[in-house]
Design a protein around this ligand. Sequence first.
Ligand code: AGP
Length: 603
Amino acid sequence: MGYVGPQEAAPIIMDGLKRLEYRGYDSAGIAISDGSIRVSKAEGKIVNLEVLLEAEPLAGHIGIGHTRWATHGPPSDANAHPHSDPSGEFVVVHNGIIENFQDIKDELAAHGSEFTSETDTELLAHLVAREYDGDLADAVRKTVALSEGAYAMVVMSSREPEKIIAVRKISPLVIGLGEGETFLASDIPAVLHHTRDFLIIEDDEMVIVTAEGASVETIDGEPIDREITHIDWDAEQAEKGGYEHFMLKEIYEQPEVITETLAGRLSEDGTVWLEDVVFDDAYIAELERVWITACGTAYHAGLIGQEIFRRILRIPANVEYAHELRYADPIIGPRELLIAISQSGETADTLAAARIAPDHGSRMLSVTNVVGSTLSRYADDILYTRAGPEISVASTKAYMAMLIAQYLLVLRLGAARGTVDEARARAVAHGLHSMPAAIEEVLRREDEVVAAAERIVDADDVYFIGRGLDYAIAMEGSLKLKEISYLHSEAMPAGELKHGTLALITEGVPVVAIITQRSVYGKTISAIQEVKARGGYVIAVAYDTDTEIERHADMVLRIPDMDDLLAPVAAVVPLQLLAYHVARLRGHDIDQPRNLAKSVTVE
Ligand code: AGP
């Protein structure tokens, strides 16, 4: 959030931060300039920062502020933004991730720089100060050229005290235009009560903001004539970025989430760096088994993990519900790795199951979305999913990030164990890097999913079937549907249908068949034929290239053709949309389904 104009900046910025507060954060800070810059910041809720500002108000007509969702370094006063260079003349706030963080840090340290935080953002402040030669915009340009990643950054300097400079590389950024005052924010609702006229900044663009307005240019300094966007949304619509619900917004954020989760971790040739996974190759070489534990949607992500760990590493892998594992008295050896997956990092059952690892002398690796969460503090190794705050109770983008995190992990382990050769690693890396575009393509086909939702909205029961990785996706599709549409649903391996559930398949009963795994294609077709023979209505999720499926299914939801190993990442998206649209057609409270909570912190 930023402001420049005739009013006191601090109250406007604080108000803007509070309007985005519901999205989750762990600390907050503000920098205000009245010629010289003063910074105030505090871990925890914005109210902590307000208390500081009451005791020591910051006066001035230009400023920037930020609420942080930790990526580098845990939540703390020191790690909260804004960050300054050592002189205090340059301050930066930043969303997103600087991928070459360590290289920049090493280089700055080699020249004597000392740091007051563990963040990547502080490095940006150092770089801007170092590159400054009388032109702040130029210093920011040079800093961007040195910084790889997906981010938005905002810079202010006492050397040029009338302007704020911001850059967008993937993370969102908007400029609100007032009368003799200008606002800057990561999203429209922060300033919608001040103005309805916005400049929407696109990727690889820079904007120079003054009280008189804003000039947009490319990152190379070419001017851009950006049209003003007039926003008619009400405040509630604006919070959801114009989407009807957070769940839909979060489904649409998934391509960006994949980019973020991969950022700085996966090279073109399939080499993986995982910053907080600290075990070494010798440990990996001796690994005898992988356990995965989680609940709900995170457990379904673990089902994918189980399959890919077995397939790629060729070692035993088991996924267990955390509430079961904790009382199962499992036999876990010291050479076995326990992976605990949790979006929140606070699920009581998952925390309890994760504690089993140290009792058996084995390592625990947490896959979580929340830096500094209890689960991350318990862990020996951490793999953060970088999905950003997830508001909807029904998890979508966090699940997506859990899948991507596990593919990264399996590549890392497979390389060390010699079970993934160079060609395979390169192919999987290419598939993962191509995935955001593939998901964009699936999202463009939403209308086809709406038609499927209209077909099943009045059903009493819906069944999901698939084999192998398709079964794992079937489980997640079924859970999504039941938790928000309140429609009874079950998922099972396609081969299991004939062992009982087929008795429930009668005329018109919907069966969603996920059919991407080529090695068992014919087997899933057989199950579909069993359903059709009883009059069931089959909605298939299949590749674009599958010409056979239309002869068997009543309706086909298509995904782009890809490596079968990665297909779950794309195949889950139509199922998320299906659940969403059925719930919408049934008129339910999609983001807050009855009886459910976002974080289950009781046993
Ligand atoms: C998913 O849509 C649910 N909200 C739920 O199953 C959730 O995944 C589960 O409670 C685990 O939560 P966690 O990832 O925060 O541990």
